[in-house]
Design a protein around this ligand. Structure first.
Ligand code: 4AD
Length: 453
C-alpha cells in the first residue's frame, strides 16, 4: 500500500522541544515539548487522524497525529501499550477538559520505541476472572485504577514516615530472616538457613523493643510473613507491617498513640492525595478523635445483645474467653460504624509477651483497632517488662527461651515500662481507598495458592 511508504522526518527548524513529564505540563502551554510514554488508548478517525491517550506514569495526555504522521508503517501497525516519543505543541482543547486537564498535544513528529503485539487486546477483557487478572498483574498495574492505587499506597507510606519523623521517632530496619517466633508457631514460615532452621519474621516487634534503650521511640516499615491457611479478603502471606515501640508510656498513652497515628495519617493523606481520592474514594471523611474505647468483655456483651453469634446457624452466643473471629467482629464494627479501640483481651487469647492488667491479671493491656468495612487494622499491647514474668511466659507457652536471650536481656539491663503496636499497611490502604479485597492494594499479592508473578 502506498501509504506504508510514507516516511516522516524531524523538522530541525522547529524550536528545540522541552522534554517533560505529563504532571509538569502547566508552564508548557503553547510551547513545543517532547514526551516519552506508552499508548494507553488509541482511536482512529478515518485514515488521516489518530488520537493517542499517552500515559507516562505521571499522568495522561491526549495527543493528536494528523496526515503523514499517521500514514507511516509504525502508525498503521501501532497497538496499545507500545512505547513512543512524541514531539509537538501543547494546546488547550475543550474536548480534553476533565480527563486531560484541558490539554492536547498537537504532534509534529513521533517515533516508535517499543512495539506491542495485537494480542494485547485479548489478554485482559471485561470477562477476565481473578486468576487471569493476577497472572497478568504486570499488565493490570498499567491500568488507570490499579496504577492510581499503587500511587496512593506510596503516598500513604510517605504519610506514615512523615508522622513518625514529625514526632521524633527513629526508623530502624530489623532483620526479616529470624530464628524466633512472635505471634505463634501455627503461622510461621520455616526455611533452611544454611543448614539450621530459620523463619520469615511475623513481626519486628521484639527487635524494636531492643531498640528503645538505644534510640527511644522507634518504628519500622517492613514486610512480615504469616502462613495463614484461611483465605479471606484481608489476609496475606506477606504484608507490610508498620510497627512502633515506645518506652516509658502507660496503656492509656499507648491508645493515644495509636489514635494519633491513624487520625494524623488519614488527614495527611486527604491533603496530599486529594486528586487520587477524587476518583478512588471521594467519600472519605477525616477521622474524629477520640475513638470509641471498648473492653473485650463489653464486646462480648455487645454481640450477645445484638444477635451476633459465635455460631450463626445454631444461634450460640459468645462467652467470655471466646475469640471473636473475623466475621462477627466485622459485623459488630459495621453496626457501630466508627473506629473502635478494643481493649484488654484475656491473656490466654493473646501472645506470650503481653503485660497483664494490674486490676485483673486474667486480662492483658492489649488493643486491637477495628475500622468499619475492614475490621482489625492494628494490634498492640504493653509488654511484660519483668524478666521473671517473661521467663514464666516462655515456660507456659512451651517455648525454648534460649533463642530469645537478647529479648529477655532487654528486661535484665535497665528494664522499663513500654508498649507498641503493628498496623497492617495493606488493610489501612483498603480502608482509605475503599478497596474491597486486600490483593488489590498489593503490587504482587502473596497468599495461599499465589506465589507468581
Ligand atoms: O495483631 P498482629 O498479629 O500483631 C503483631 O504482630 C504485633 N507483634 C505487632 C506489634 O505489636 N508490633 O498484627 C498486627 C497487624 C494486624 O492488625 C493487621 O493489620 C496486620 O498486622 N496483619 C495482617 N495483614 C494482612 N495479612 C495478614 N495475614 C496479617 N496479619 C496481621
Amino acid at each position: 500500500e502506498a501509504a506504508s511508504l510514507v516516511k516522516i522526518e524531524l523538522d530541525k527548524d522547529l524550536p528545540t522541544p522541552n522534554e517533560c513529564k505529563i504532571r509538569d505540563l502547566k508552564p508548557m502551554l503553547g510551547k513545543r515539548i517532547l514526551i516519552h510514554g506508552w499508548v494507553h488508548h488509541m482511536r482512529w478517525d478515518g485514515k488521516r487522524l489518530l488520537f493517542i491517550e499517552l500515559r507516562d506514569g505521571t499522568g495522561f495526555l491526549q495527543s493528536v497525529l494528523t496526515d503523514d504522521l499517521c500514514a507511516t508503517v509504525d502508525a498503521i501497525t501501532l497497538k496499545r501499550e507500545s512505547s513512543v516519543k512524541l514531539y509537538g505543541t501543547l494546546a488547550e482543547d475543550d474536548r480534553a477538559k476533565g480527563t486531560f486537564n484541558g490539554y492536547e498535544l498537537k504532534v509534529d513528529y513521533w517515533e516508535l520505541i517499543g512495539s506491542s503485539p495485537a494480542e494485547i487486546e485479548n489478554i485482559l477483557t471485561k470477562e477476565s476472572n481473578v486468576d487471569i487478572l493476577l497472572n497478568n498483574r504486570h499488565l493490570v498495574i498499567r491500568g488507570t485504577r490499579a496504577s492510581s492505587i499503587l500511587r496512593a499506597r506510596s503516598l500513604i507510606t510517605q504519610c506514615f514516615r512523615e508522622h513518625f519523623f514529625g514526632e521524633g521517632y527513629v526508623e530502624l530496619t530489623p532483620p526479616t530472616l529470624v530464628d524466633t517466633q512472635c505471634e505463634g508457631g501455627s503461622t510461621l514460615f520455616k526455611l533452611d538457613y544454611f543448614g539450621s532452621e530459620g523463619f520469615l519474621t511475623q513481626s519486628s516487634q521484639m527487635y524494636l523493643e531492643t531498640g528503645i534503650p538505644a534510640v527511644g521511640d522507634c518504628f519500622c516499615i517492613l514486610p512480615s510473613y504469616r502462613a495463614e491457611l484461611s483465605s479471606t479478603r484481608r489476609h496475606l502471606a506477606e504484608f507490610h507491617h508498620i510497627e512502633a515501640e515506645c518506652p516509658f508510656i502507660d496503656f492509656e498513652g499507648l491508645l493515644d498513640r495509636v489514635e494519633n497515628l491513624v487520625v494524623d495519617v488519614c488527614a495527611r493523606f486527604m491533603e496530599k492525595g486529594a486528586d487520587l481520592l477524587q476518583t478512588l474514594n471521594p467519600d472519605l471523611k477525616p477521622l474524629k478523635r477520640p475513638f470509641k474505647r471498648m473492653d473485650y468483655t463489653e464486646a462480648v456483651e455487645y454481640c450477645r445483645e445484638h444477635n451476633i453469634y459465635k455460631d450463626e446457624e445454631n444461634k450460640i452466643h459468645f462467652e467470655i474467653g471466646d475469640d471473636i473471629p473475623e466475621a462477627p467482629e466485622r459485623k459488630m464494627t459495621d453496626m457501630i460504624g466508627e473506629p473502635i479501640l478494643l481493649c484488654r483481651f484475656p491473656a490466654e487469647m493473646k501472645s506470650f509477651y503481653m503485660k497483664k492488667c494490674p486490676e485483673d491479671p486474667r486480662l492483658t493491656e492489649s488493643v486491637d483497632l477495628l475500622m468499619p468495612g475492614v475490621g482489625e487494622i492494628v494490634g498492640g499491647s504493653m509488654r511484660i517488662d519483668d524478666e521473671k514474668e517473661l521467663l514464666a511466659a516462655y515456660e507456659r507457652e512451651e517455648m525454648d527461651p534460649r533463642p530469645y536471650y537478647w529479648f529477655t536481656e532487654q528486661r535484665k539491663y535497665g528494664t522499663c515500662p513500654h508498649g507498641g503496636y503493628g498496623l497492617g499497611l495493606e488493610r489501612f490502604c483498603c480502608y482509605l481507598l475503599n478497596v474491597y479485597h486486600i490483593r488489590d492494594v498489593c503490587l504482587y499479592p502473596r497468599y495461599r495458592g499465589r506465589i507468581e508473578p
